[in-house]
Design a protein around this ligand. Structure first.
Ligand SMILES: Cc1cc2nc3c(=O)[nH]c(=O)nc-3n(C[C@H](O)[C@H](O)[C@H](O)COP(=O)(O)O)c2cc1C
Length: 296
């Protein structure tokens, strides 16, 4: 039998919590006090699972979700949760220097599990990960990235080619390319090519690539949030990590890199993070302020 939206009226206690939490008001309490799905709004259900998760009696079923498989008992917040969180976010830094020590697979799995907890704008999750745990692949990728960026810098210096780049990259990305990437890479290219310096992968032993089907909804924002979860998870596990916006464009544009990392043709690599055991320990945190905070 095909799964459908149902309330098991034998166990439903009519508390109405599901009606309250449904973001799209798909559930309602009728005159008779029974909770029911509004048939005219079922198309709006994006299977966030809030109705099922809030129901203490597991009275609700919706297509594609199963209490046994898709839910676990709620985790109570620890009493000192904010203290731990503040410690975590205050001690995190972007790490670009790594010990050449492999990261165990089970540690990487924990980071993947944390990334999986990042909220998507619209379930199901569109983000796909490629976890590069083989340091050899990182080493293979570097010369390909250098080659690609050498070509890109040449194009950015050419007024006609740079207009094409502007059109395909959009104004925000183009500004980053012209004002940050071009001067930086131009200056660093000799050291990058001679192997003296690695401003791209930072000799990291591991990397996680975040990609998604180009036709899916909201995938870029979803990936950014997922990266944040990954960075904090890595830090909590004693690893160092940094988001690396310099890596995805290279993979996007290089067939060889896409093949190396087995990125599906239909997917856009939108974000990346490098990670490994940090070589240094910071002796200070940094106090930064947002550009502005308005209380209204
Ligand atoms: C979206 C994003 C992209 C980044 N891309 C790069 C990058 O390409 N190369 C790099 O060295 N650092 C990159 N970083 C690291 C930032 O430069 C770093 O987070 C920033 O300097 C603040 O330092 P902190 O993370 O230690 O607080 C990136 C960070 C973010 C959030």
């Amino acid at each position: 039998m095909e799964a459908t939206w149902q309330i098991n009226q034998d166990v439903c206690k009519r508390c109405g919590k599901c009606v309250d939490v449904c973001p799209n008001r798909i559930l309602e309490k009728g005159q008779d006090g029974l909770i029911a799905f509004r048939q005219d709004r079922l198309w709006e259900c994006f299977s966030c699972g809030h109705c099922m998760a809030i129901c203490p009696n597991e009275a609700i079923s919706i297509p594609g979700l199963d209490y046994e498989k898709d839910f676990s008992p709620a985790v109570p917040l620890l009493e000192d949760a904010y203290l731990n969180y503040e410690n975590l976010i205050s001690s995190r830094r972007a790490i670009r220097n790594f010990k050449q020590k492999p990261v165990p697979h089970d540690v990487l799995e924990k980071i993947v599990a944390a990334i999986q907890k990042a909220p998507p704008a619209f379930p199901p999750i569109k983000t796909e990960l490629t976890v590069v745990e083989d340091p050899q692949k990182m080493r293979e990728a570097l010369p390909m990235m250098i080659e690609l960026y050498e070509r890109l810098v040449k194009m950015l210096k050419n007024p006609i080619a740079s207009q094409f780049i502007k059109r395909s990259a959009g104004p925000e990305k183009y500004k980053v390319l012209q004002t940050h990437l071009k001067p930086l890479l131009e200056e660093r290219m000799p050291d990058l090519k001679s192997g003296k310096e690695d401003t791209l992968t930072r000799h990291a032993p591991c990397m996680i690539l975040f990609h998604a089907n180009r036709n899916s909804e909201n995938y870029r924002t979803d990936s950014s949030i997922a990266v944040a979860f990954g960075l904090l998870a890595a830090h909590s596990l004693g690893l160092g990590a940094a988001a690396m916006d310099i890596i995805p464009p290279a993979i996007e544009k290089s067939k060889k890199l896409r093949e190396l990392f087995q990125i599906p043709d239909e997917n856009e690599v939108v974000a990346s993070m490098i990670l490994g055991y940090p070589k240094h320990e910071f002796s200070h945190t940094i106090n930064r302020e947002l550009k502005s905070v308005h209380w209204v």
